[in-house]
Design a protein around this ligand. Structure first.
Ligand SMILES: [Zn+2]
Length: 432
């Protein structure tokens, strides 16, 4: 499959992008003459559109779109105990598949073609990624506190996946180990994951220091802060993707930075759940930590819109530091593109020859994005998903002129709504 995008604006200059075998084959300044058009399967007219690398969502629980708006404005533990956990108890792989398709659909509409995932029923998510044409790191979740009966099965599944997951979704899915957090996984199981990850060069995806309570409990139970506990388990290294990191001190940031680890900030979910901290972005960067950006699940966001997340991240950091120069627009975009590309080995953080063709075309000719002084500023601070015109992943057009090409959108929405109705019916019946 080869694709030609004509007359598209890249960094202020009108270009022709030639894509073949899933990669950007050429970026040219002149329209190709007729002979050079030979072998092109599809031409997209990019006149008036701006091309950017597609966005990468570095932390989510994609199928939780099923619980979007189900219990807003509640304290975290109340919300989990009375809403989320009872409903999740009845989740099937089919529900997760339908939820994942809906979440991926939403991300494609917002120019996002990659997500780093942690949830249950992994095969349902992999199937959705495969069908919808995006990329994902899909973690195998492991938990042993509060769910000891399933630990051995989770471990066996992870070991099995090490053998079988290499070719999932034509190589668009990568396996990670996903120990949920230090408060749901014992140090013994964390150490087991650490040894496995080192042996097999696996990414490790974990929630870390989301609340002050987590830090206090770690100090009480283990006599150290959470990052030091991960160090004891052998988990600190370049393959660590630690999520939230709102209550990290200087020593922890130095440890993560020296190891080449990645922190993912999820400002919208943190604000909504009122966890009380603000991610120490400036200190993390000063310590040499790679920082990425994620939406977290839609149950606590309530969307998977990375355009919005870039804006919120920039605003929150400016507010925290009382300095409007902190986390400028280009840096916010880098968190969602180049930084994520490096953390997850995607190679698609920039629009350049040889890179995987993971792209979005954005139409700024709308009331919300005119006049256009600076396309990056417009993208981060003014644009919404509605301005994303075309989304491409691995050279395949997933959406063009805002029309989804990879699925029947209405059917995907109806299936997800059907799933959640059944789930909530079961959850309510079980409590009566
Ligand atoms: Zn999360």
């Amino acid at each position: 499959m080869s694709l030609l995008i004509r007359n598209v604006t890249l960094d202020g200059t009108v270009r022709e992008l030639r894509i073949s075998d899933g990669r950007i084959a050429a970026i040219e300044s002149d329209a190709p003459h007729e002979r050079a058009m030979h072998g092109i399967d599809r031409v997209i007219d990019g006149t008036g559109l701006h091309v950017f690398p597609s966005l990468k969502n570095a932390h989510t629980h994609v199928a939780m779109v099923l619980f979007r708006g189900y219990g807003d404005d509640m304290p975290l533990m109340d919300w989990l105990r009375t809403r989320i956990w009872p409903a999740e108890r009845h989740l099937s792989e089919e529900d997760v598949y339908h939820g994942a398709r809906l979440g991926i659909l939403e991300m494609i509409r917002g120019g996002t073609t990659f997500f780093n995932e942690m949830y249950w029923h992994r095969p349902g998510i992999v199937r959705a990624v495969e069908e919808m044409g995006v990329r994902a790191v899909v973690g195998q979740t492991v938990i042993d506190i509060g769910d000891p009966g399933t630990t051995a099965r989770q471990q066996q599944e992870l070991l099995r996946l090490l053998e079988t997951s290499r070719t999932e979704a034509g190589g668009r899915v990568t396996l990670a180990a996903a120990p949920h957090s230090i408060y749901t996984v014992t140090p013994e199981l964390l150490a087991w994951v650490g040894a496995l990850a080192r042996k097999h060069d696996l990414l490790v995806h974990i929630h870390l220091s989301e609340t002050q309570g987590e830090v206090d409990e770690c100090l009480r139970a283990h006599g150290c802060r959470p990052t030091r506990l991960l160090e004891r388990a052998g988990l600190i290294g370049p393959n660590l993707i630690a999520v939230h990191g709102q209550f990290l001190d200087e020593d922890e940031l130095a440890l993560l930075g020296a190891a080449g680890a990645t922190l993912v900030t999820n400002p919208t979910a943190n604000l909504k759940l009122a966890t009380g901290g603000i991610f120490p972005y400036r200190a993390a960067r000063a310590a040499g930590v790679r920082v990425c950006l994620g939406t977290d699940g839609a149950a606590s966001n309530n969307n998977l819109d990375m355009l919005e997340e870039m804006k919120v991240a920039a605003l929150v950091q400016k507010h925290r530091e009382r300095d409007a120069t902190v986390l400028p627009a280009a840096e916010a975009l880098a968190l969602a593109t180049t930084s994520a590309s490096a953390a997850f080995g995607l190679g698609s953080g920039t629009v350049e020859v040889g890179a995987p063709a993971d792209l979005m075309l954005v139409d700024f000719r709308t009331p919300a994005t005119q006049p256009l002084h600076d396309p990056v500023s417009a993208l981060v601070y003014a644009a919404q998903a509605a301005q994303v015109h075309t989304t491409i992943c691995a050279g395949r057009v997933l959406m063009h002129e805002r029309r989804i090409e990879v699925c029947d959108e209405d059917a995907v929405i109806a299936a997800a709504v059907g799933s959640v109705r059944r789930l909530l019916h079961q959850a309510t019946a079980a409590t009566m």
